[in-house]
Design a protein around this ligand. Structure first.
Ligand code: FCB
Length: 478
């Protein structure tokens, strides 16, 4: 098997890439605490909503839990070695709130903070920049017991937690992401109940979205007050959204889904207001956030993280000939009504998640941000493809993932050529890991994890990515 070393040396001998990325571009990979760490009850970590959710029968495929996951808590040294083998210059990971502040308020757990200091130090030593995310969905259970994100106080608890983590790591970490995908946290967690904590409370989920945004703003204020030189941002999951046809009803469906999925988050974060049409759509659901919160949410951002996977094509014509797919996110149904908006397939190739592969959608999302929103340096904080994979002769020949990443990186390059300030790309994910409600059935890693032995095996995509990084870009498409 060709080692990572061989391939990077080989790439070093290759000619300059036909599709070069700018000098200083961040080449990264991402993970999240609950998905990789394991050690769920070690060194003082408290329970999170995901620990509870996984123990609720029927919520997670196969009854899987994150108790052990990829054991990154104990194996981070080996994993940092893999990162430097691939040549990453940045690693996006998340801090487990219940590991560092088990009750979600009050005392911090020194052993938890020490883990992240050791991780950050190991990364810096290896020349890999640490890029932590403060909230990737693992709310401490005591805060959920007190009402969770629909409660305003949770936003204040989040800011206190952020300030505590920042005090411990701000000297060695420069780039901070507050919340990951507030859409998922609010609507999969509190509207559809597909994710922890599994509540189905449409009105509460809207307040959860608002409080996640407020928590972001309060956290940025608290951290920036401490160390103004650090860089702060949030990571949002954005989608290209298209109407199935040029029918007016389809156009309106696209407006509504774009509103709930993209603009409900982008407008407050970047413009300090909620979109009028979305507010009007949501008025019947009693959504009336305090306007005084908007300037707090609208902190000047140093970076915006974009998580991109697919495009939504939607129809507003019930029961017509377009082929319906089950909504990828039934969380939409409380708002748009599954009877009035249908997600339709265009018959394009899909990943193992059933998500249509649409790299031009990424170009569309990036150029739209550049056109319609105030300029802010952009980073792709997640992009990748999940499959049910089996190893083959000691490695994984994941040609599908390579094709996916190649096409999306080309879309990034095109966006940069069009003037979009895209500064880095983090693929999801470094390692195979716990894919939320799908348990361990879907694999997104550049590196395969055998969960029985915790053995790591770089896939073909790891070698491919190493070569891209070493060259500083992609070869000719041909
Ligand atoms: C995103 C999540 C990430 C991972 C990918 C596949 O929505 O942020 O944790 O599960 O999807």
């Amino acid at each position: 098997m060709t080692s990572l070393n061989d391939i990077t040396q080989q790439a070093g001998r290759d000619a300059a890439p036909a599709v070069p990325f700018p000098a200083g571009f961040r080449w990264g990979a991402a993970t999240a605490a609950y998905q990789v760490e394991g050690a769920a009850a070690e060194d003082g970590r408290g329970p999170s909503v995901w620990d509870t959710f996984c123990r609720t029968p029927g919520k997670v495929l196969g009854g899987d839990t994150g108790d052990v996951a990829a054991d990154h808590y104990h194996r981070f040294g080996e994993d940092v070695g893999l990162m430097s083998g691939i040549g990453l210059n940045a690693y996006r990971f998340s801090i487990s709130w219940p590991r560092v502040q088990p009750d979600g308020s009050g005392a911090f757990n020194q052993a938890g903070l020490d883990f992240y200091r050791r991780l950050a130090d190991a990364l810096l030593e290896a020349g890999v920049e640490p890029w932590p995310t403060l909230y990737h969905w693992d709310l401490p259970q005591p805060l959920e017991d007190a009402g969770g994100w629909p409660e305003r106080d949770t936003a204040h608890r989040f800011a206190d937690y952020a300030a505590g983590v920042h005090a411990a790591l701000g000297d060695r970490v420069r780039h901070w992401t507050t919340v990951n995908e507030p859409w998922c946290a609010a609507f999969l967690g509190y509207a559809s109940g597909e994710h922890a904590p599994g509540r189905r409370e449409p009105a509460g989920s809207l307040m959860a979205a608002h409080h996640l945004l407020l928590g972001h703003g309060l956290a940025v204020q608290a951290m920036r007050d401490r160390l103004p030189g650090n860089r702060f941002g949030a990571a949002v999951n954005l989608y290209a959204v298209s109407p199935a046809t040029d029918d007016e009803a389809d156009a309106d469906a696209a407006r509504r889904i774009d509103g709930m999925q993209n603009r409900l988050f982008l407008d407050p974060l970047l413009n300090g207001r909620y979109p009028e049409d979305v507010l009007a759509d949501l008025a019947p659901h009693g959504f009336a956030p305090d306007p005084a919160d908007l300037p707090v949410i609208n902190q000047p951002l140093d970076q915006l993280g974009v998580n991109y996977y697919t495009r939504h094509t939607v129809s507003g014509r019930p029961g017509e000939a377009t082929q319906a797919v089950s909504s990828p996110f039934s969380a939409h149904s409380p708002w748009v009504g599954s009877e009035s908006v249908r997600f339709v397939t265009r018959g394009r190739p899909v990943t193992g998640m059933g998500w249509e592969i649409d790299d031009r959608g990424l170009h569309e999302v990036l150029t739209r941000l550049h056109r319609e929103y105030p300029a802010v340096p952009l980073y792709i904080t997640e992009n990748g493809a999940g499959y049910d994979e089996t190893p083959d002769g000691g490695t994984v020949h994941d040609a599908g993932r390579i094709a996916y990443l190649d096409a999306h990186l080309r879309a990034c390059h095109d966006a940069i050529s069009d003037g979009v300030p895209l500064r880095g790309y983090f693929t999801w994910s470094l390692l195979d890991n716990f894919e939320w409600a799908w348990g361990y059935s879907k694999r997104f890693g550049l590196v395969r994890v055998d969960y029985a032995t915790q053995r790591r095996t770089p896939k073909d995509s790891a070698r491919w990515y190493a070569a891209v990084i070493r060259r500083g870009g992609l070869p000719d498409a041909g």
